[in-house]
Design a protein around this ligand. Structure first.
Ligand code: HEM
Ligand SMILES: *[C@@H]1O[C@H](CO)[C@@H](O)[C@H](O)[C@H]1NC(C)=O
Ligand SMILES: CC(=O)N[C@H]1CO[C@H](CO)[C@@H](O)[C@@H]1O
Length: 488
């Protein structure tokens, strides 16, 4: 068969080349486990790569070299090492690797989160950050949440909190990005959530084509086909949202990020091409970046609260003190909720929802801590490992929010022990917004309701197994029984 002889031919050529190359180079790569030919270290990685890499790094050190197929990866697993990659040499590692799934999903990487580093990325990023921060929408979240809680039918029967929270954050994300409510069925008859999740899964699956570039054309896993079908669904949806905005814009409604981008497409003031495709890519990007991260963060916080009744009680006590029981939590209360802040930090430490951040990509050769980091290596900063680093944390396995009492450690990217949003040039631009939404939802839910596990399940029995994707979620949905506790 032509294709298999082509594969063997390529393998032999690459092997010979790398042998010749290897015998002439002297630069010292970071340490790492011994790989097998062709696969590299792919066989060592199972369903939860962040956990596997954490385990392997404990043997080989905080800057580790592994190879998946022919593609070099650097795994960073300590706060000190993370600071080198995200601060000291920030600019060198500000790239994003080319990515098979992203290529189709975001209109040929015409996007932000998977975008290559350059003027286009800098421009769109500035745009998004400004629009997200200046957003007056946050104040409308409160009303939205209250309305949602009233209709959620939460009373004394088991509810699927995971599902409730995820539909809530989906709607809130649409409000953040499109300033308009879209419902599940607007994107596809399968529903918004399912489609987005399929997209995330596809992006996270180890697409063999990414690791063995010469196999990409053969589409071994049939992934490309699925991704292409999915991108059609997204495309139709985005077209619809844009049309809605054009129509509303003529009637002088409030302007949002979509309107701003549409006016850029008409202004020609940019030094690069910016058209409808770019607008769509960025819209999708914001949506994907905000939906599951927010939902999964809330889910993990609620899980830890249910698993630790003492902590839950203390959070509720704080809410009683600050808010009382005769009105609901408002955004302005958040700054007074210090203990809630500690709980959020402690949850992020143990459950960073993007445990390997998004992959960074070295734009040139670099030397870090005496090790040679080659150009075009993919960098995984393992925040899951960093949150459990015993030299940075005492009793790392223990859920103990009080560890942050009197500590200066913050989660906004200045302290490299705790990096749930990354740090530096590629750090999350939606952090501010994400934190407000997360704290507001959690505060509302535990202020309005007492929560119990169903069927007399003991807190210690709550299963906390993780399911890996671009965002790590609970493997099992979180089910709990609410009882209303406010005095009106
Ligand atoms: C609790 C919620 C959130 C968490 C934990 C989170 C976390 C992250 C992380 C870890 C990254 C990768 C950083 C890196 O690679 O160094 C990221 C990137 C990003 N996030 Fe978030 N995020 C959240 C919410 C949001 C929201 C609400 C938005 C927008 C509305 C958003 C938009 C983005 C974008 C556009 C990127 C890509 C930035 C770039 O590549 O330059 N995120 N986020
Ligand atoms: C933090 O520590 C101080 C002093 O030890 C204590 O008074 C306070 O109650 C603690 N705060 C919380 C939220 O545990
Ligand atoms: C930031 C980014 O993704 N840039 C790329 C977007 O897509 C265009 C062409 O499709 C590339 O030229 C940019 O480098």
């Amino acid at each position: 068969m032509l294709s298999s002889s082509f594969i063997w031919y390529t393998i032999i050529v690459v092997a010979v080349l790398s042998f010749l190359h290897g015998s002439t180079k002297k630069k010292k790569l970071p340490p790492g486990p011994r790989g097998v030919p062709i696969l590299g270290h792919l066989h060592m990685i199972g369903k939860n790569p962040h956990q596997d890499l954490h385990r392997i790094a404990q043997k080989h050190g905080p800057i580790m070299y592994v190879q998946f197929g022919f593609v070099p990866h650097i795994v960073v697993s300590s706060p000190q090492a993370a600071e080198q990659f995200l601060k000291t040499y920030d600019l060198v590692f500000a790239g994003r690797p080319p990515h098979q799934a992203a290529k189709y999903l975001s209109w040929d990487q015409r996007n932000l989160s998977f975008g290559t580093y350059g003027p286009y990325w800098r421009y769109t990023r500035k745009l998004c950050t400004l629009e997200l921060l200046s957003s007056p929408k946050i104040s409308s979240f409160h009303a939205f949440l209250v309305e949602w809680l009233k209709h959620a039918g939460l009373e004394r029967i088991s509810v699927d909190l995971s599902a409730k929270v995820s539909s809530l954050t989906t709607e809130m994300s649409c409000m953040m990005v499109f300033s308009k409510k879209y419902e599940d069925k607007d994107i596809d008859e399968r529903g918004f959530k399912v489609v987005i999740q399929e997209a995330m899964k596809l992006a996270a699956i180890r697409n063999l084509g990414d690791y063995f570039p010469f196999l990409g054309v053969l589409d071994l896993q049939g992934l490309t086909k699925r991704v292409k079908a999915l991108s059609k669904v997204f495309d139709d949806f985005c077209e619809k949202v844009i049309d809605d905005h054009v129509r509303d814009g003529d009637q002088g409604g409030t302007k949002d990020i979509v309107d701003t981008m549409l006016s850029i497409t008409q202004s020609r003031e940019t030094e690069f091409q910016f058209d409808r495709r770019h607008v769509k890519a960025i819209m999708l990007d914001m949506l994907v970046a905000s939906m599951d991260t927010t939902a999964s963060t809330v889910e993990w916080i609620l899980s830890e609260l249910l698993k630790n009744p003492r902590v839950m009680g203390k959070v509720q006590k704080e809410l009683e003190l600050v808010v009382g029981l005769d009105r609901m939590v408002e955004e302005s209360d958040l700054e007074s909720l210090e203990y809630l802040d500690m709980v959020v930090k402690e949850t992020f430490r143990l459950h960073p929802v993007a445990p390997l951040l998004l992959p960074h990509y070295s734009l040139e050769d670099c030397t870090v801590d005496g090790y040679h980091i080659p150009k075009h290596a993919r960098i995984f900063v393992n925040t899951f490992a960093i949150g459990r680093d015993p030299s940075a944390w005492t009793d790392p396995e223990k859920f103990n929010p009080e560890r942050f009492n009197g500590s200066s450690i913050d989660l906004r990217g200045q302290h490299f022990q705790l990096l749930p949003f990354g740090s530096g040039r590629r750090g999350c631009p939606g952090m501010q917004l994400g934190l407000i939404v997360v704290r507001l939802i959690v505060a509302q839910l535990v202020h309005c309701f007492d929560w119990k596990l169903p069927n007399n399940m003991l807190p210690s029995e709550l299963d906390m197994t993780e399911e890996f994707g671009l965002v790590v979620t609970r493997a099992e949905h979180l089910i709990a029984v609410p009882t209303y506790r406010l005095q009106k």
